[in-house]
Design a protein. Structure first.
Length: 220
C-alpha cells in the first residue's frame, strides 16, 4: 500500500505560475477551471491562513513591509488529497473515491450529480469546482491523451495526475517548475523524494484542526 503525497518548498517557489500552466495544458482544462493555483501573500505570518486565502482575499501581488525590507511569498493551492477526506462521506452517489492503494482522492464523473455536497464539506475552499458548461480556448484537444473528461454538471479537482502516476511519471505541475519547489512520492516510504524533503524541515499543514490529514506538505 502507498500513500502518495507532495511537498512544496515555500522558500523555493517564485510564484511564476508554471505549475498552473502545466496543469491546465496537461489536463486540457476548460477556461474557467483550474486544479492548481498560486496565491500570493505579503507577509510570512502563516497563522492567518484559513479559508480566506483560498477565497483569494489574501491574493495580492504587492509586497508587504517598508522598502528595502519588503516581503512577498507564494502559496500553491490544490486538492490536498487528505488521508481523512471530508468530501468522502457526504457524497450521496459514491462519486468521490479514495483509492486505498494510493491514497489519491478522485471524482467519478459518471456518478457525480453536481450536488456540491463535497464542495461545501471541503475545508479547502476553491479546490473543487462545479463544471456548468465547459468552454475551451482552442478548438483542438490538448494535453495528455488520457486526461480526465470534463463533463457539464459535475465537480472536478486536482487528480494528482493519476494518469501520469500510473505510467511511473510525476504530476504535470512538477515538470516545469524552474525552482524545483515540488517533491513527490510515497509519504510512508522514508527513502522517497517527498519523505526526504520533509525530513528535518519545519512543515505547514493547512487547516490541521479540520482533522483531514492533508497529503500536501508545505516546507517553510
Amino acid at each position: 500500500m502507498t500513500r502518495y503525497g507532495m511537498a512544496i518548498d515555500l522558500r523555493r517557489c517564485i510564484g511564476c505560475q508554471a505549475c498552473s500552466a502545466a496543469c491546465k495544458f496537461a489536463n486540457n482544462l476548460p477556461k474557467d477551471l483550474v486544479y492548481n493555483v498560486v496565491y500570493t501573500k505579503s507577509d510570512q505570518d502563516w497563522s492567518t491562513l484559513g479559508t480566506a486565502v483560498v477565497r483569494g482575499s489574501l491574493s495580492n501581488d504587492n509586497a508587504g513591509g517598508t522598502f528595502p525590507d519588503c516581503t512577498l511569498v507564494f502559496l500553491p493551492m490544490q486538492c490536498q488529497h487528505c488521508k481523512n477526506p471530508a468530501c468522502l462521506d457526504v457524497c450521496p452517489t459514491g462519486a468521490t473515491i479514495k483509492d486505498e492503494e494510493t491514497g489519491i482522492v478522485s471524482v467519478d464523473s459518471e456518478l457525480c450529480i453536481g450536488c456540491e455536497s463535497c464542495i461545501k464539506a471541503c475545508p479547502y475552499e476553491g479546490v473543487r469546482t462545479l463544471i456548468k458548461s465547459p468552454e475551451y480556448y482552442l478548438d483542438v484537444v490538448v494535453g495528455e491523451h488520457d486526461a480526465p473528461p470534463h463533463k457539464a454538471g459535475t465537480v472536478e479537482k486536482c487528480t494528482f495526475c493519476k494518469n501520469l502516476i500510473d505510467r511511473d511519471e510525476v504530476p504535470a505541475c512538477m515538470q516545469l517548475c524552474p525552482g524545483r519547489a515540488r517533491y513527490w512520492g510515497d509519504l510512508d516510504d522514508p527513502e522517497s523524494a517527498v519523505s526526504k524533503a520533509i525530513e528535518g524541515r519545519e512543515v505547514l499543514l493547512l487547516q490541521e484542526d479540520a482533522g483531514t490529514e492533508p497529503s500536501v506538505y508545505y516546507l517553510q
